[in-house]
Design a protein around this ligand. Structure first.
Ligand SMILES: Nc1nc2c(ncn2[C@@H]2O[C@H](COP(=O)(O)OP(=O)(O)OP(=O)(O)O)[C@@H](O)[C@H]2O)c(=O)[nH]1
Ligand SMILES: [Mg+2]
Length: 279
């Protein structure tokens, strides 16, 4: 059963919704086919899956190409259901998202959803996220672990919970933000919001990518809604959250604060927005 906010829409309206789901992958060969099947079971005939693979040693890139061949065979030639960007090597989560989201915009997506390949972000929330976006006219909808109702996998031990809690507190305090889930990687964006930010200027690459984007949408005055999700542990495969990525997140937070210091001043929002992100 789909979400009531979406179930209320006529098929002709659903047909118009140009939603691209951007999924960065590194060694996700065992997750990707099930993820594609789950996404294409959603009630959005024009949903497109855009995979950004970094030459994964486990052959995820080839799996993605096979999925593209299979799903695109039944699609209109001008409306491929699966698009794959192959990059040469592991370039990081942030640059993978910048590449994928930029391509989605260039191809005409009206809504861009970012999510992990490992089922930590359940595709079942997507109709609700889109329904909330349409109903509230939000620019961004965040699948959040840290608003009331949000939950973490029961398998997360105290160390991991503490780490996640600390990362959130650290970035919220330094950047003076109200968003509850600063490192959330499950976000639905309106096209206009991404265009305004100007993705090519984003510097953060690891998990700080999520922080930098969250910072910009709050400071730019975007309408932003966090909906509670249950965050499951990855189903299969290994984490890529290594020490260098954690260190980058720690120092980038300070860089974000310095780089965008003009957004903290009392400049009228309309003026700030003309070129919010310095080159
Ligand atoms: N293309 C690309 N994708 C990446 C890279 N690093 C991570 N990913 C993908 O980004 C998503 C999030 O990474 P995860 O390893 O699941 O990070 P995590 O969720 O913090 O860690 P776990 O809880 O262990 O899953 C997954 O779909 C990864 O495959 C990268 O360098 N390049
Ligand atoms: Mg994960």
């Amino acid at each position: 059963m789909t979400h009531p906010l979406i179930a209320a829409l006529q098929p002709a309206v659903l047909e118009q919704i140009r939603l691209t789901v951007v999924v960065p992958t590194y060694n996700e060969a065992d997750n990707l086919p099930a993820m594609a099947a789950a996404l294409f079971a959603l009630p959005f005939p024009r949903l497109q899956l855009l995979v950004v693979d970094d030459n994964s040693p486990d052959g995820t890139g080839q799996v993605a190409d096979e999925l593209a061949a299979r799903y695109n065979a039944a699609a209109r030639p001008d409306r491929p259901r699966v698009v794959v960007i192959h990059r040469q090597g592991k370039g990081g989560l942030g640059t993978a998202y910048v590449a994928g989201m930029s391509r989605a915009l260039a191809d005409g997506a009206e809504y861009v959803l970012q999510m992990d390949a490992d089922f930590s972000h359940s595709p079942a929330y997507i109709p609700q996220m889109l329904g909330v976006m349409l109903a509230t006219e939000a620019h961004v909808v965040i699948g959040s672990r840290y608003v009331p109702g949000g939950t973490l996998d029961e398998g997360w031990g105290p160390g991991r919970r503490l780490m996640s809690w600390w990362a959130n507190l650290y970035s919220r305090a330094i950047l003076n933000l109200r968003i509850r889930d600063m490192t959330a990687g499950f976000k639905l964006w309106r096209r206009a919001a991404l265009l305004e930010i100007g993705l090519e200027k984003i510097r953060s690459n690891g998990y700080s990518f999520q922080v930098e984007m969250a910072y910009l949408c709050e400071k730019l005055g975007y309408r932003l809604v966090e909906i509670p999700i249950h965050f499951e542990d990855r189903r299969i495969g290994q984490s890529k959250l290594d020490i260098p990525v954690k260190l980058e997140s720690a120092w980038r937070t300070w860089q974000i604060r310095w780089r965008y210091r003009h957004l903290d001043q009392n400049v009228p929002v309309g003026e700030q927005r003309r070129d919010p992100v310095p080159h």
